[in-house]
Design a protein around this ligand. Structure first.
Ligand code: IPE
Ligand code: IPE
Ligand code: MG
Length: 254
């Protein structure tokens, strides 16, 4: 069978893909299983999609793994997710390293149990010199939390005389976000048929192309990723301009 991969224009890949990995619970329920069974199988999709992005040559992949709001889930599910996270990090670090993948974490690490922070610190250190795919895990992350943190830091730096309020630009604000070193996502994928952003990268997604699929996260594989990228490549990204303007620009640049 031919892969959809053959239809991807490798010169026009989204430099940064962000994914809201949703539907683990429903996937498990549909199989008469516990929600954690769904999370467990979701890890297989993470592995597959990270590999798919690395093979294509995508620069940045952000995965929304656990939101600030997810702390309000039943204790048993939260603990199960933390244990799964630590187990996965420990198991996969060697593979990440072998594939030249650099791990990053965004979110409120102070909320995580110490054993999880420890596992993350180790993996971050081990992969820190890698130069291939940047894998950004959003853990205990929410965009409004991140924006509040940024505002606090800016206020402190203004107070300390390090920055002049009049000189603050959009780039200044971007730089204070936890994604300060990464380009904005160009493609945002959400699985499992939900059409919302759920407090994910609100500032950074300003001009991202949004792609929604009914496929549940544990069923999401490379072929589904390719389909999303092909869809992305068919879109006209106007950034506020008209379609005619864009066509003229293409002629000029040729
Ligand atoms: C996504 O799947 C994983 C996390 C939020 C941790 P869900 O657990 O939200 O699955 P549904 O939405 O209940 O099916
Ligand atoms: C968003 O999924 C968070 C993650 C995928 C980690 P949720 O399942 O928590 O989002 P809502 O509650 O349906 O908006
Ligand atoms: Mg969900």
């Amino acid at each position: 069978m031919r892969s959809r991969k053959d239809h991807i224009d490798l010169q026009r890949l989204p430099s940064h893909i962000a994914i809201i990995m949703d539907g683990n619970g429903r996937w498990a329920k549909e199989k008469g299983q516990d929600r954690l069974y769904g999370h467990f199988h979701g890890v297989e999709s993470v592995r597959n999609i990270v590999e798919g992005c690395a093979e294509l040559g995508v620069g940045y992949l952000t995965l929304y793994a656990f939101s600030t709001e997810n702390w309000d889930r039943p204790q048993q599910e939260v603990t199960g997710l933390m244990e799964l996270l630590v187990e996965t990090i420990r198991k996969e670090t060697e593979t990440l390293n072998r594939n030249n993948i650099k791990l990053h974490v965004i979110g409120d690490m102070n909320m995580l149990p110490e054993y999880a922070r420890q596992a993350l610190r180790e993996s971050l250190e081990i992969t820190s010199r890698n130069t291939g795919l940047n894998l950004i895990m959003a853990l205990s992350y929410s965009s409004r939390w991140e924006l509040v943190q940024a505002v606090k830091h800016i206020a402190e730096d203004v107070k300390a005389g390090k920055i002049d309020p009049a000189s603050i630009t959009q780039d200044t604000l971007s730089g204070y976000l936890s994604t300060g070193n990464f380009p904005d996502p160009e493609l945002m994928i959400r699985t499992s048929g939900e059409y919302r952003i759920s407090n994910f990268l609100l500032y950074q997604l300003a001009y991202a192309e949004l792609y929604f699929t009914n496929v549940r996260w544990p069923d999401f594989r490379k072929e589904n990723l390719y389909e999303a990228i092909i869809d992305f490549q068919k879109r006209e990204r106007r950034f506020g301009k008209t379609g005619d303007q864009l066509q003229q620009e293409t002629v000029v640049n040729q």
